[in-house]
Design a protein around this ligand. Structure first.
Ligand code: SF4
Length: 350
């Protein structure tokens, strides 16, 4: 079925053939925004009740179940926000959250309490001035990460304005965007948009968020090619999600698809403790087994780092299974199949 307009409500889901039993969905919609672009709606296999694209975007009554450990601000943004729109968690970099709107609303979103029509909205002119003033006043800030929401929902004109202001700040060397747009609304990434993401004297990185190899449509591949050809360095981010990509074949295909499109695999996130997302969570042990299996399946070039955002705002930790243990000159090293080998740097191994 071809969908012409963005899906934003339960009735839109029904019209698009993406929901029949709507019991409970109005209650989900009252809590969390709904958003599916025509491009992604067209990718959903309506005959597959377990379709991994639908699972990411079509609301589910399971979202009404909140467990005690889940929290509205799972990665602790608010405790590190000195001014509206800025999160300053690590000394050398800040998040700049200019907008809390997205072209799609992912059902597992870690900022689901902040994004959407009922979320924190877009920074006012005065708030943006204060946020950029904060960056200018802190010489230790080397990198500015535009996230949100999705910064690529802003028009090229607005993005050019922000980039021009960052270009004037000498100590900022790197600007990084985190976005789902190249995959979910690839037609937005035209030459004008690519040019708007660059600033004189700065290097632009862009983290493409994709979770399943089917998201690499022809249009998405062209959008990534336009970005790479335009001189933007591409890295990936994905979330490990039950029922979407929690098997080694899917993860291997996903990481290879990134590399084939000039996107260096960067982060594989363990799902955060966002409210109503328990049905997406795998255990850390399952995640570690998957990343270990990936080691034997795909090139080192295609390996992501498996990370957990420590609840409470304590930052990211690499949680890939440690493959070395021991000390005093004698180590046990685990290979990708789980086999253990002795390694003694002074005397060789087995
Ligand atoms: S695009 Fe990112 S910020 Fe927006 S809903 Fe999805 S995960 Fe959340």
């Amino acid at each position: 079925m071809t969908v012409q307009r963005p899906i934003k409500s339960v009735s839109d889901l029904v019209s698009a053939g993406l929901a029949t039993d709507t019991a409970g969905l109005d209650a989900v919609a009252a809590k969390y925004a709904i958003g599916i672009t025509p491009h992604m709606a067209g990718l959903i296999d309506r005959d597959d009740p377990d379709d991994p694209i639908a699972r990411q975007f079509v609301p589910d009554v399971a979202e009404l179940v909140t467990t005690p450990e889940e929290r509205a601000d799972p990665i602790g943004d608010l405790s590190h926000s000195p001014v509206e729109g800025i999160v300053h968690r690590y000394p050398d970099r800040v998040l700049l959250k200019a907008v809390h709107v997205c072209p799609v609303y992912c059902r597992f979103c870690f900022r689901r309490e902040m994004v959407g029509p009922q979320g924190l909205g877009t920074l006012t002119g005065a708030e943006l001035d204060a946020a950029i003033g904060y960056i200018a006043a802190h010489e230790e800030i080397w990198e500015v990460i535009l996230t949100g929401g999705d910064p690529l929902v802003l028009s090229p004109r607005r993005l050019r304005e922000i980039m021009a202001r960052l270009a004037e700040i000498e100590h900022v060397r790197i600007v990084r965007f985190h976005t789902r747009v190249p995959v979910v609304e690839p037609e937005r990434v035209d030459e004008d948009m690519v040019a708007a993401l660059k600033a004189s004297g700065k290097v632009t990185y862009l983290a493409v968020h994709a979770n399943h190899p089917r998201e690499f449509t022809g249009a998405a591949r062209k959008a990534m090619a336009r970005l790479a050809d335009g001189g933007i360095v591409l890295i990936s981010q994905s979330v490990l999600l039950k029922g979407v990509n929690d098997d080694v074949e899917t993860l291997a295909s996903l990481m290879k698809a990134f590399v084939e499109n000039r996107v260096k695999p960067y982060y594989l996130h363990h799902p955060d403790l966002a409210p109503g997302t328990g049905h997406f969570r795998v255990s850390i042990e399952e995640g570690q087994a998957l990343v270990r299996a990936l080691r034997g399946r795909i090139s080192g070039l295609a390996q992501p780092t498996y990370v957990l955002d420590i609840p409470g705002g304590h930052g990211k930790a690499d949680i890939g299974a440690a493959s070395i243990a021991g000390g005093d000159g004698c180590f046990t090293v685990r290979d990708w199949q789980g086999g253990e080998h002795r390694y003694t740097p002074s005397g060789g191994g087995d």
